[in-house]
Design a protein around this ligand. Sequence first.
Ligand code: ZN
Length: 487
Amino acid sequence: MRKLVIYNSLSRTREEFVPLSPPHVGLYVCGPTVYGDPHLGHARPAITFDLLFRYLKHLGYKVRYVRNITDVGHLENDADSGNDKIAKKARLEQIEPMEVVQYYTNRYHEAMNRLNVLPPSIEPHASGHIIEQISMVEKIIEAGYAYESNGSVYFDVEKYDKNHNYGKLSGRKTEDLLSNTRELEGQHEKRKPFDFAIWKKADTSHIMHWPSQWSEGFPGWHLECSAMSAKYLGERFDIHGGGMDLLFPHHECEIAQSVAATGHETVKYWMHNNMITVNGQKMGKSLGNFINLEDFFSGANELLTSAYSPMTVRFFILQAHYRSTLDFSNEALQAAEKGLKRLMAGVRTLAKISPGKKTSFEPDKIINPAFEAMDDDLNSPIAIACLFDGVRIINSLSDNKESINEEDLLRFRSFYQTLVFDILGLMDEDIQENTQAAGKLVDLVLSIRNDAKSKKDFATSDKIRDELKALGIVIKDGKDGVAWDWE
Ligand code: ZN
């Protein structure tokens, strides 16, 4: 098996990936909080960890990929106070919180589908794991790292820090946190302002709450990932991923909770994708530069000069290394669109190349560096550059300026199939579009045949049937009309 090197955000070094119990790999990635339309910010972590999921499978691992749905406890401003994001939306739209959850979960799935992001192996909801979260709060209290205050339970950061070093992922120190914390509502319940809630007592306005020994309430946002990763991947697992924006406080608190509850580190490798900026600016609802994925696909957003297909968005993201920032601009997307068309045209040309007696170039000089780049912390931009080097050769093959023997041709085709479609997860949208258009043409021709038949012009009707058959389209006359299929 080839050696995969990944950057571990916890050790801040590149490390060889060695799973805890090969060939099995446990992968946990923080999924969306489902209270709004899926946007560009959702696409990057989804595509980054889809690439990792696909590549690990390509390397022969059996991956259990868990990506959660946050549907409770994520309060505004990621803080311990304020409204629950989902409950707020539910109140605004006068529907049940679970209707909000279902609606936006469906929207998220649709968008991910169009981006050809594979579904995870397990997609647990926070609201479906309240019992597991309550039991984790109990364990943390038992271990002495949490305390109850007025029906809520808070994590004792200072005590934890003495024994386990709080802040090792983000590099933040508790002293810095102390000077940076503002006075917020509910603060008087905490021993120290940087303590965070793992169970919150629900006030009267709070519509999502569950009974517990402490109060009628709800779990803190960070707790779900500690509880659900332990449930589905065990108390020690391989990779935890997410966007860099989750590094603090979410992942830092997750580590503290899991270590407090189990007494040991639970995650071997932490991986974080970098953020997307829009014309050099951070993306955010308040900045008015939030672009929904559906807007990309339809072009209905004033920041967009045209619509961009799902594969253009995917290719645009894959053209940057996942740990680099990626700046959205129309120019960058147009370049991605052009590049993707050139790549797909190359793949189609390769399918039509006939083998010659000998190979005039070295296919390994394209193939090996591409996989070496993928082994090097998923360096997709370099792997894509190798694919373009290959496209130049494919065009020369097509012009008979280069030649390739049968064995190398099969190997070259399989390389493109594997890297472009299986690993990078791209699809040839031109073929899809052409197939759809061809389908509509067949329907049109069949309606003309129907008219001919109803006028008893059987000569024309039979001619259409025979000529379609010659094109590989079979039609079947049935009681309920005409059905057709590609042969
Ligand atoms: Zn999480």
